[in-house]
Design a binder for this molecule. Structure first.
Ligand code: GLA
Length: 535
């Protein structure tokens, strides 16, 4: 991968920044601190964060509580119920992985200055919740703030405690940290988030770094070097209250930033409102399609317990998710808009096909004729058209194709020269936590397997685990290529002293059609040795 130079192309930055300023003003809802102070892209590291840790090379998928719950009801029981619902509903099998509490009084700062779990709300502690989530084959997301306090003031922020707090998050085994920007008056935004990234690296556990400054400080310009995603706008809704027109304003603000997105660096228009009360089926379908078209993080924001069938079908539509999770990572954009109907393109996919979307915002049904030439194709091209919602293919069609949609609805299509619409890798893991216990003082060999299944179309090549990255007591054999692959973990206890041991295993792979690197896969191995073991 090429290094992402944040300081290059200043003219283009300037042009897009002007658009960005408009974006930030348009949707600001919270009382923001002074904006855009001291952004100094040239001070940022030159290498995209994701190139080092291999995380989030496609947009992260998961669930966060804020949109539907706000702060109050969040506790361990609720998060565990949501985790179970995420698995039972089929969302895990569709690629959703990151889950955990948002602002919701889950930790406080002790007298010694260290963060401690709120055991009233989280009786297993935040590490215990993380273990539960990991054991389900999911990834653990936590929340904090870059200022002195979180937004409601209920939890401490990280200011001046960056290194010890990121260490606490690593001890809790967070895989994803959303970092808000409340109560940050006087702080220099790029410096603050860069310091947090440094603290995360120093803590030694790679995490998805999700910046949440609502577009403040234009993070799309500089944050690719220090994080994986950044909110581009204010909140999509107040807790409980889905707001369709606000969601549309946010969509079009986020759309303007398409040039900044790419593998490992994503514009984040906020958690989704799909399935929230007040949303129609058409609006759910449209919002989901737009998020996929914009290569947005797919963080569900609804209550996953007791979803209706249509919401589940929308959130787990693998053909739509395939567009979002495309390895090329292009963010689609509007190429034509008459105020009622917008045509979205600019999203080439890994197999040479194209994603195309028509959004209809008028009051009555409408038709739109899509000409191949406006998509940059030859009029004479004969293309198959796949409807990603009806799952039907028609064609080949030469020159154009006409779609119709009702109010607030979309047509979401994939166009290809061949009648073949492969799904890129969607990787599902049976467990992200291996816990082993050795009780004998005689040398022993313990084995545990992690199974990884690709829901995409291709067989994957074998995963690569660098043996040098493992401690001497652990070896990992990644199985052959294919759809379901296994990692056999072998622990040799010979010579180990009584105690607890831990390893974080990293495995890398490439998507075989495009040759693009896939997000690295991480899992934890815990070993408890009950007594000293002879050599
Ligand atoms: C900010 C964020 C929200 C949520 C709340 C919590 O508004 O943008 O997503 O995390 O804080 O207070």
């Amino acid at each position: 991968m090429k290094a992402h130079r944040v300081s290059s192309g200043l003219k283009t930055w300037a042009a897009i920044l002007m658009g960005g300023a408009a974006v930030a003003v348009l949707v600001a809802a919270r009382p923001f601190p002074a904006r855009s102070q001291g952004v100094r892209p040239s001070d940022s590291p030159r290498t995209a964060h994701a190139e080092v840790d291999g995380l989030a090379l496609t947009p992260p998928m998961g669930w966060y509580p804020w949109n539907i719950f706000g702060e109050e009801p969040q506790n361990e029981k609720l998060i565990k119920e949501i985790v179970d619902a995420l698995v039972a509903s089929g969302m895990k099998e569709a690629g959703y992985a990151y889950v955990g509490p948002d602002e919701g009084v889950c930790f406080s700062r002790g007298a010694d200055g260290k963060l401690m779990s709120n055991l009233d709300r989280y009786p297993s502690g935040l590490r215990g919740l993380g273990d539960f989530i990991h054991a389900k084959g999911l990834k653990y997301a936590l929340y904090t703030d870059a200022g002195t306090k979180t937004c409601s003031g209920a939890m401490p922020g990280t200011k001046d405690r960056e290194f010890e707090d990121m260490r606490a998050f690593a001890d809790w085994r967070a895989d994803y940290i959303k970092i808000d920007w409340c109560n940050s008056f006087g702080q220099v935004i790029a410096d603050t988030y860069s310091l947090l990234a440094k603290a995360q690296r120093a803590a030694g556990r790679p995490v998805v770094h999700s910046l949440c400054s609502w577009g403040d400080g234009y993070p799309w310009v500089w944050a690719g070097a220090i994080g994986h995603l950044w909110r581009t706008t204010a909140d999509i809704c107040a807790p409980w209250k889905a707001d369709w027109s606000r969601a549309m304003r946010i969509t079009f603000a986020n759309e303007k930033l398409h040039a900044f997105a790419g593998p490992g660096r994503w514009n984040d228009p906020d958690m989704m409102i799909v399935g929230m009360p007040g949303m129609s089926e058409a609006q759910n379908r449209s919002l989901f399609s737009l998020w996929c078209m914009m290569a947005s993080p797919l963080m569900a924001g609804n209550d996953l317990r007791g979803m209706d069938r249509s919401t589940v079908e929308i959130l787990t539509n693998l053909e739509a998710i395939a567009v979002d999770q495309d390895p090329l990572g292009a963010q689609g954009r509007v190429i034509w808009n008459d105020g009622n109907v917008s045509l979205w393109a600019g999203k080439p996919l890994f197999d040479g096909s194209l994603a195309v979307l028509v959004l209809y915002q008028g009051r009555h049904s409408a038709e739109k004729k899509i000409y191949w030439e406006e998509l940059g194709l030859a009029a004479s091209d004969e293309l198959y058209v796949r409807n990603l919602w009806t799952h039907e293919t028609s064609g080949p069609h030469a020159g154009s194709f006409t779609v119709s949609a009702g109010p607030d609805d979309v047509a979401f299509l994939r166009l290809a020269k061949k009648n073949d619409f492969p799904i890129p890798p969607i990787v599902v893991v049976d467990s992200c936590l291996i816990s082993l216990r050795a009780t004998s003082s005689r040398p022993d060999t313990l084995k545990a397997t992690v199974t990884v299944t690709n829901k995409g179309s291709s067989d994957l090549p074998p995963w690569r685990v660098d043996p040098k990255s493992l401690p001497p007591w652990l070896s990992v054999a990644a199985g052959v290529g294919g759809k379901a692959q296994s990692f056999v973990n072998t622990v040799s206890t010979a010579g180990l002293k009584k105690g607890r041991y831990h390893a974080l295993v990293r495995a890398d792979n490439v998507e075989p059609v495009s040759g693009k690197p896939m997000s690295a896969l991480y899992y934890d191995v815990d070993l408890e040795v009950a007594r000293n073991v002879r050599r």
